[in-house]
Ligand binder design. Structure first.
Ligand code: G3I
Length: 605
């Protein structure tokens, strides 16, 4: 009996110990204070009377309060000349009672744009007068009490063009300058931000924002920072992914070189389906990488999440989200910390020199796999023959595809003359006495991506299997394309296809005989022609399809792979693979093993 009691006692101590460790672990706010950094959260006034856990968590974990909605025009001036600060005041009262800094969001935005204003037809001067009056009234009311103001939000579309808003039409592009000028006159001590989404890395939109704020700085317009909203999804962040931390840091740094602050202003991480453990771990990895990048970039001064707990998220609202089970934030609906919270806590703790919350292994487990091949690891492009329309391929790693090139699918390969070939060299299996070979080429014009396979195979075997289901069991070539922008996906998704092109198309005049993962997602044209020592395959897929928009541009990258299947008697006994990363014929299930296709403007020379 005595022994049992001792064991129970030990367990109790261990459990209490770990709980105590968690209880004594510093809060996000503690760590932010140590770093002279802001960790913020967006909240709305209606949330305060819902659940006492809300206020307790808000004051305990955050030192920056962001006004999610109450400071927007449709709330502060719902009718012309009638101002309503009820909600805004509620937020200010709580922030000041709990020594929290305030980031007021947002003065000028095309949404939450009241009907009384939208119905007007205004001259430039009339519009400027209304703009000035609104900003002076709202900013002036809280003069000296608000550190950050989002002055203008989402002025650009995803292509980097100014949105066609009422302000642009009434005033012109300098409405932005005027908004910042008025806000500065109304509260000279406030730090004024431009805020936007989809501009975290280097792209058309972030380049347009960079040009805008550079110009404002040069003109002496009072602007102090740029907010990167960072509304992301699981899988979006990582080396070779849509948001590569290095590119996020590059964007932050170039803004900082203008003398501006940069902030992560609205982060949440959505996902498909239920928030299962693996999803929550991947979600934690996204938060971790973004915060770590911010903490490593001195001009990044705040990290804000767009909602305190999952059930408050805008993404739960049918108008804004398509996954009712989405859980995009740091706390769950019971205000319990999720793995994402611990990831944020750990990143802050490591930066502050405090005890880490996660082991190094736990951090590695959160992060996405690196792509098998990084473009940055490639040798300088080179041409062994100046007549080539693109550089030599890097065997099994990268293929440079020239564009625009006129290709006709007709079995005549003369139009492929100056386009480099690459051999499919990794032998998974091949009978010694029945060797096969394949080399391929890829090119593009304004409409299509073209593939050429030249196969040496002394015994053509086809027509034995159901091509759609088991095409790979007989003579066939495979081309894989990943046009998702995420070069290290852990699974097939829309925008990734495996095109299994059967030699049986030689004798086929109907619909192309195609198999492979998601191959039904894209239309394909195929011409397969027997030759004296084997066969050639010419194929074309459209650059614009339901699952992708491929825009050939110099240096543009797709995930790419190619295989050869051969049968010498009655089933597959030859398997050759191009990408060096795929040593075990796993590309059919793991697209992160693809190599790279890099577009090369033929005229570049
Ligand atoms: O509170 C009313 C409720 O009384 C009413 O019954 C209900 C009927 O629809 O509306 C409720 O107000 C909603 C409000 O959120 C609740 O907080 C508004 O309809 C709804 O439009 C509003 O959506 C907000 C959205 O901006 C538009 O203003 C979201 O909460 C807010 O999270 C979202 O935040 C934006 C940022 O401002 C800019 N960046 C993108 C971000 C997400 O869209």
């Amino acid at each position: 009996m005595k022994q049992t009691i001792i064991i129970f006692g030990l367990l109790l101590v261990l459990l209490m110990g770990s709980a105590a460790a968690q209880d004594t672990a510093p809060t996000l706010r503690d760590l932010a204070q140590r770093l002279d950094f802001h960790v913020g959260v967006a909240v709305s006034s209606w949330m305060f009377d819902e659940d006492e856990r809300f206020e307790a968590t808000l004051a305990r974990e955050f030192n920056l309060l962001v006004t999610e909605n109450d400071a927007k025009w449709c709330y502060t001036q719902p009718e012309e000349g009638r101002f309503d600060f009820t909600g805004f005041d509620r937020l200010m009262d709580f922030a000041e009672a709990n020594a929290m800094t305030v980031h007021a969001h947002v003065l000028i935005w095309h949404q939450c744009f009241p009907d009384w204003l939208a119905e007007k037809e205004l001259s430039r001067d009339e519009a400027l007068q209304i703009l000035r009056n609104h900003i002076f009234t709202v900013v002036g009311r809280y003069k000296g009490r608000i550190l950050y103001w989002d002055v203008v939000n989402e002025a650009f579309d995803e292509f980097g063009n100014l949105r066609d808003t009422h302000w642009l039409r009434w005033i012109g592009a300098d409405y932005i300058d005027y908004a910042f000028q008025f806000a500065h006159e109304a509260d000279p001590d406030a730090l004024l931000f431009y805020n936007d989404f989809g501009a975290e890395a280097i792209n058309l939109k972030s380049n347009a924002i960079y040009r805008l704020v550079s110009g404002m700085v040069q003109k002496g317009i009072p602007i102090h920072g740029v907010g990167l909203q960072t509304h992301l999804g699981v899988g979006d962040v990582g080396v070779g992914r849509p948001i590569d931390p290095a590119k996020l840091a590059e964007n932050m740094t170039r803004l900082g070189e203008l003398g501006l602050e940069v902030q992560i202003t609205e982060m949440d991480v959505r996902h498909a389906g239920l928030p299962e453990a693996e999803v929550l771990q991947q979600q934690a990895g996204v938060f971790y990488q973004v915060l770590q990048t911010c903490l490593e970039t001195p001009v990044c001064t705040a990290f804000t999440v767009w909602g305190l707990a999952d059930h408050y998220s805008w993404l739960k609202m049918p108008d804004y989200g398509d996954n009712p089970d989405v859980a995009p934030l740091l706390f769950d609906a019971d205000f319990q910390p999720k793995p994402a919270y611990t990831a944020v806590q750990d990143a802050l703790a490591r930066k502050a020199g405090a005890e880490p919350l996660l082991t190094d292994d736990a951090i590695v487990a959160m992060l996405p796999p690196r792509p098998a091949i990084l473009q940055t690891e490639l040798p300088e492009p080179a041409k062994s023959d100046p007549a080539q329309l693109a550089p030599d391929p890097v065997a099994g790693v990268a293929y440079y595809a020239p564009f625009p090139v006129a290709i006709t699918l007709d079995g005549d390969t003369s139009d492929w003359a100056d386009i480099p070939r690459s051999k499919v060299e990794n032998v998974i299996t091949m009978p010694d006495d029945m060797p096969s070979e394949m080399q391929f080429a890829v090119a593009a014009d304004a409409d299509n991506l073209y593939f050429l396979a030249e196969v040496r195979d002394s015994a053509l075997v086809y027509g034995l299997y159901d091509v759609v289901a088991e095409w790979y069991m007989e003579d066939s070539v495979e081309f894989y394309i990943n046009a998702t922008g995420n070069l290290a996906p852990s699974a097939y998704e829309s925008g990734i296809v495996q095109l299994g092109i059967a030699a049986a198309n030689i004798a086929n005049s109907g619909e192309p005989l195609i198999g492979g993962g998601l191959s039904g997602d894209v239309p394909i044209q195929v011409v397969v022609t027997p030759t004296e020592d084997g066969y050639t395959v010419e194929a074309a897929v459209p650059l614009q399809s339901d699952v992708w928009t491929i825009e050939p541009a110099q240096g543009g990258v797709l995930g790419f792979q190619s295989h050869l299947n051969g049968a010498s008697v009655d089933s597959r006994d030859t398997k050759l693979i191009w990408s060096k990363a795929d040593t075990e014929d796993q590309s059919y299930r793991d697209p992160s093993l693809f190599g790279r296709l890099i577009f090369w403007e033929a005229a570049v020379g």
